[in-house]
Design a protein around this ligand. Structure first.
Ligand code: AHR
Length: 511
């Protein structure tokens, strides 16, 4: 597929006024090949800050309305997203988590210290049964992160047995004792997390050997099929991927990749809500850089796995800003229209590489980093990122359509990047969905969408925009950034013409 984005002058497109640009998108509606893995729209929940405790789980005796301990407002909002897969219990937490601490009568569960995230007391009241029951309530596939860093092979093997064994095995008996007769299904199993860092500070060679041992004893009980995921690289660490693919590529079904839109790991990461235009443009460019990173990891995977058996699982991604001033909840950050763009751009990219990218999990679902939802006691608010996931969910399981794009460029630190980002898919009913973002903070885009021979009669759409790119929702003003009906689309014999305002994300349905 050929994708073009060239500066206005080069392409001869006309700038109508200082505030308008023209773009052209060609969608090859008859050339779709790859189904967009629904797991690309996955989420991540770690025992970190108030993601689990307070954000999802309040306990049955809480005054906050709940269903068996899960807060109703959050449950209902998450159900709308049709979350395909939920990763748990970490993150860094996973490699210090001992699952047996979190089963059985709650009053007897071990109280431990969460060393990774602020040294707070973890009372283990949310454990394996609570996680799998949550997944059942959300109708989502569980993705378990196993402890390689500080746990034993036996511990991981027994966890899989506890969850999936149907027979008369010791761990199945323990599960029954804890009130769950039937096993759960477990597909996705992460063998460690960030094993190059908080997951044990290993070399890729050493981790590869451990991967062999740990994964060997994770058995497939009673028809349960495991999809084992090796703990993969952080952004530009191509050597890590190369070593794992070479040493254990034939034993993994997936290898992970973490990529954060973050300024760096030392010092301030910048405010989530107070930033200037340069910082905004830097964010867009850094986010878009994931395309190059993904391509390079895929190229390595292609070399060792030319038949595409191993998936690239981007199981942590999103923005990472400074913790919200005044908040005591670790990694709690606000979420503005800028974050919405990071979600929109990233998802458009992941759709494009769906052939190899089998899953992604934005970090994280509630109250942590680029969250869908923020809570404070009984209050809850949906973030701009939540709205992007809701607008984009139409792509799950649809066929990705090849696209060509001609549009203006924006510049950050002398680097050019496209002002428009787009993705299109055709669903099982034959409906075409287009999601696009105009990241230009100043100029609207007049866009011609060429659909070739595909005939459309009607178009409907949703738009997410705000007065400024730093706009965000609060508990007091929850609809500052909220989806609205998109009206600026016209279908004619010549094609589809839309006008997308500056700093806006649009999702279209073509009938
Ligand atoms: O998502 C927050 C943390 O970021 C995770 O615990 C870790 O895996 C990563 O470094």
């Amino acid at each position: 597929m050929k994708k073009l984005f060239l500066a206005t002058l080069l392409m001869g497109s006309v700038t109508l006024s200082a505030q308008t640009s023209t773009s052209k998108i060609t969608i090859h509606a008859d050339q779709g090949k790859n189904v967009i893995n629904k797991e690309i729209y996955g989420q991540f929940a770690e025992h970190l800050g108030t993601c689990i405790y307070g954000g999802i789980w309040v306990g049955e005796n809480s005054p906050i309305p709940n269903t068996k301990g899960y807060r109703n407002d959050v449950l209902n909002a998450l159900k709308q997203l049709h979350i395909p897969v939920l990763r748990w219990p970490g993150g860094c937490f996973a490699d210090e988590y001992h699952w047996m601490d979190g089963i059985g009568p709650k009053e007897k569960r071990a109280k431990i210290v969460n060393n990774n995230w602020g040294g707070v007391v973890e009372d283990n009241s949310f454990g394996t049964n609570e996680f799998f029951n949550l997944c059942e309530l959300l109708e989502t596939e569980p993705y378990l992160s196993g402890n390689v860093g500080s746990g034993s092979v036996e511990e991981m093997a027994k966890w899989v047995e506890y969850i999936t064994s149907a027979g008369d095995s010791p761990m199945a008996r323990l599960r029954r004792q804890n009130g769950r007769e039937k096993p759960w299904k477990l597909k996705y199993l992460g063998v460690g997390n960030e094993s190059w860092g908080c997951g044990g500070n290993m070399t890729p060679e050493y981790y590869s050997d451990l991967y062999r041992r740990y994964s060997t004893y994770c058995r497939e009980y009673d028809g349960n099929k495991l999809f084992k995921i090796g703990s993969g690289a952080s952004d530009y660490d191509y050597k890590w991927t190369e070593t794992l693919m070479k040493n254990v590529g034939d034993r993994m079904q997936g290898v992970s990749l973490h990529y954060y839109t973050v300024k760096g790991w030392n010092g301030s990461k910048g405010s989530a809500t107070k930033f200037n235009k340069d910082e905004y443009l830097w964010t867009m460019d850094k986010c878009l850089e994931i395309e190059d990173v993904v391509k390079k990891h895929i190229a390595i995977m292609d070399k060792y796995d030319p038949t595409n058996k191993v998936g690239l699982m981007v199981d942590e991604w999103g923005t990472w800003w400074d913790q919200e001033p005044g908040s005591t909840s670790a990694l709690y950050q606000q979420n503005s229209m800028r974050d919405a763009f990071v979600a929109a751009l990233s998802l458009n990219i992941f759709n494009k590489y769906t052939e190899r990218v089998k899953m992604t999990n934005i970090a994280q679902v509630v109250n942590v980093l680029q969250a869908m939802i923020l809570t404070d006691g009984p209050k809850m608010v949906l973030t701009p990122t939540y709205h992007v996931f809701e607008m984009y969910k139409v792509h799950m399981g649809a066929t990705n359509l090849p696209i060509e794009l001609q549009c203006d460029s924006l510049v950050s630190n002398n680097k050019k990047f496209a002002a428009v980002s787009v993705s299109a898919s055709k669903d099982a009913k034959g409906l075409i969905h287009v999601t696009l973002a105009n990241v230009d903070p100043d100029k609207e885009q007049k866009i011609e969408i060429d659909l070739g021979n595909a005939k459309i009669a009607k178009v409907s759409g949703t738009i997410l925009t705000a007065k400024t790119v730093d706009a965000y929702n609060t508990f007091e003003n929850p609809n500052v950034v909220a989806p609205a009906v998109f009206k600026d689309a016209k279908v004619s014999k010549k094609g589809l013409f839309i006008t997308v305002p500056a700093k806006a994300i649009v999702s279209l349905e073509l009938l």
